[in-house]
Design a protein around this ligand. Sequence first.
Ligand code: SF4
Length: 189
Amino acid sequence: MGVTMRELLEEYAGGMKDGFGFRGVLPGGASTDFLIDKHMDIQLDFAGVAAAGSRLGTGTMVVLDDQTCPVGFVHNLEHFFAQESCGFCTPCREGLPWTEKLLWAIEQGRGREEDLELLLRHTEWLGPGNTFCALAPGAMEPLQSALKYFRDDFERHIREHRCPYHDPEPAIPHPLTSIIPITYDHLHR
Ligand code: SF4
């Protein structure tokens, strides 16, 4: 507590591995907002991280490097949260699978420009005050900050109809498609 993000990552954690650059960090685990390079000198305490727009949360920091796709990274997180939803409240039960499917479509090169607005609206629908517990609002934190800090990556996926971080691959069916009905035709293309 109280050291800077830079000290923690570069000194105590040994810095980025050779050949990898820093893109961002979830300072308090999967359910917190990304911080980026401009936040490297913040004090790592509750007030310092909150002032930068995130939370210390569990204190389990997760670093995003510059060779990992931010869209795929966030999709992986939302896949986890969608699986963890207990189903008690509608925004979480329905919204998290939708969020995951939209991210999957974008990652697979099947996203539409309007999907970014739809994802943003999900961060409000599933935000604080709309669900019984903190799972859904927490799930929206990495998404809302990724849309803010890595928006170019999302737009590039849509523009180029592929993930720019991977070699072109055949589209893979969504893992949840067979168990959760979906009506957006573009997700089936
Ligand atoms: S927000 Fe919490 S209580 Fe509501 S469905 Fe999700 S996990 Fe269950």
